[in-house]
Design a binder for this molecule. Sequence first.
Ligand code: SF4
Length: 265
Amino acid sequence: MAKRIQSPSSMNTYKMCPRKYYYAYIKELASLPNIHQVRGSIAHTVLEKFFDQDVSGLTMENFEGSLTVVIQNLLLKEWQDNEEQLAKLGLSDKQRKFYFEETMLMLLNWLSDFCNLARTQKGSFSEIFKKITPIREQLFLSEKLQARGYVDAIEEINNELRIMDYKTSSSFDIDHHRLQLGVYCLLYQEKHGKLPDKAGIYFLKDKPKFMDVDKELLEFAKKEIELIHEKTESDKIEDYPKKKSNLCKYSTGQCEFYDICQKEE
Ligand code: SF4
């Protein structure tokens, strides 16, 4: 049987709960997104569009204030454009306000690091902005590994090539993202014939964190891809056991498949 194409997201879903993988990737059941997914997607779009801005009028003296307004306006617009989807989540006005403000703080936190980085570079602000603008939302697909992934940002900073992902989560342990970053590095290597120097996460509520790209990381990712391919050959529900945890139901939501999962063995 042809292997399914795996992604860091499908692999993490399998590891979290095989039954959830079955509902999402084999039965392909539609699921309602939750606020964390919707605002994560909004924040990603803001950061992607941020680098499309015309910064030709900005100088090293005034760029931070202007970019603060830019990012605020981008978030306002994206929030409004996602109004319909946000309304479907059934949040109270107070909760909506909370998530909007929290997302704004995350983006301003990221911007502060971006501005500090810009100040360490030489040249006019336009030159610096161009130099540190990443390649964004790049899709990598490997026939050999039967795996794919969208990389949020590929950047070259101080002669160091880095593969980066944005996260809005409240957990800041980069080791939780070892699988995702390892898969991205394998995909990058296959496409470009070389490895990035570093892989990392922009934790939007915290600071960016990095990991070395070494043989151990690549071997780990390769083994995990093989293992998930092996485990997901079957189409039968009984081969995907439930793995109950506090992610089935929690204070601010529940697993997208909670209701159907309760009805099935
Ligand atoms: S409700 Fe829990 S056990 Fe059921 S699919 Fe979701 S995570 Fe798995």
